[in-house]
Write a protein that binds this ligand. Structure first.
Ligand code: GLU
Length: 321
């Protein structure tokens, strides 16, 4: 089986070092396994997307030498397919129509101390399928919610191992909004499926989305990729990396004259190691040594002194050539 991985940034900002590390790990796996690295732009947030952000992300990846084999694909071009997937689940009784006014549902949920999806499900049950059909035929707007089945959802994470989530803690998520626009969790499943993605490596911040996505894969009958969630990058004070700790945009390091080889080497060692003492490594050495089995479970620390040391070593190596 050919390994197919992807980097799926939302073009709402510059290329962050955390995003670059995610892209690099996917790329290293693709190059190691002689697989395919796909670029997929999750550009469905019309308010926050900017053309210049897409440009900056592509530029950052190109500067790093993280080259892609396919894409960029644009999520916005798949909206008809996302809707079709949601409607398929609806037709199969694996999702339901939610006609309720979101503000009223929210107010009732708050008053009762339950999640809005509980209220939505009760209302849909009270309405019954025939009345729902009638209102849909009369063109009343509705959102589509996924009917989370009972039981639990398990998957094996490349980094964290066996994961288990109780379905009662997963809300009936909206998979198609009443204005017809899709929602991330469904769109990403639909897109990763058509792109034939076999492995999804992404940040830990997506771990809570994965049981929802696994349920959607199973409900749609699509083969599931292997998931791997990479821990956060922290600043020296143990807090989540932010601008207080130094530049977080890859482009700033380019502007400072850091060599892309040094940056790639530095990013690769954020949460991964080659299993021996080596620290200064070329791109081809990284590809050769890469295995997802050595992605660390614990957060890594963004150490600017180490970047500058690595840069010195790569500069010296370049001058010897
Ligand atoms: N667009 C998401 C992000 O930038 C990535 C989602 C994913 O990798 O599934 O965080």
């Amino acid at each position: 089986m050919t390994v197919r991985v992807r980097f799926a940034p939302s073009p709402t900002g510059y290329l962050h070092v955390g995003g670059a590390r995610t892209a690099l790990f996917n790329w290293l796996l693709a190059r190691k396994e002689r697989g395919v690295f796909v670029l997929s732009s999750e550009d469905t947030d019309q308010q926050r997307n900017r053309e210049e952000h897409t440009e900056a992300i592509l530029h950052g990846l190109t500067w790093l030498g993280v080259d892609w084999d396919e894409g960029p694909h644009f999520q916005s071009e798949g909206v008809a397919r996302h809707a079709a997937d949601a409607l398929l689940l609806l037709a199969e009784g694996k999702a339901y129509r939610d006609f309720a006014d979101p503000e009223r549902v929210k107010a009732e949920a708050e008053a009762r101390g339950v999640h809005p999806s509980r209220v939505a499900r009760e209302r849909a049950e009270a309405l019954g399928p025939e009345e729902a059909e009638r209102r849909a035929a009369a063109r009343e707007p509705f959102a589509v919610r996924f009917l989370v089945p009972e039981g639990d959802t398990r998957f094996t994470d490349m980094v964290h191992g066996e994961m288990r989530f109780a379905n009662e803690d997963i809300d009936d998520l909206v998979i198609l909004r009443s204005d017809g626009t899709p929602v991330y969790n469904l769109a990403v499943v639909s897109d990763d499926h058509v792109m034939g993605i076999t492995h999804v490596i992404r940040g830990d911040d997506h771990l809570s989305n994965t049981p929802k996505q696994a349920l959607l894969y199973r409900a749609l009958g699509y083969p599931e990729p292997v998931f791997g969630h990479v821990p956060l990058i922290l600043g020296g004070d143990g807090k989540r990396l932010s601008k207080r700790h130094g530049a977080t945009a890859v482009g700033d390091y380019e502007a400072q004259g850091i060599l892309p080889e040094a940056m790639v080497n530095f990013l690769a060692l954020l949460g991964w190691n080659p299993g021996d003492e080596r620290e200064v490594m070329s791109r081809s050495e990284l590809v050769e040594a890469f295995t997802s089995a050595r992605i660390l479970k614990k957060s890594s620390v963004f150490d600017l002194e180490k970047l500058s040391w690595l840069n010195g070593r790569h500069l010296a190596a370049a001058e010897l050539l």
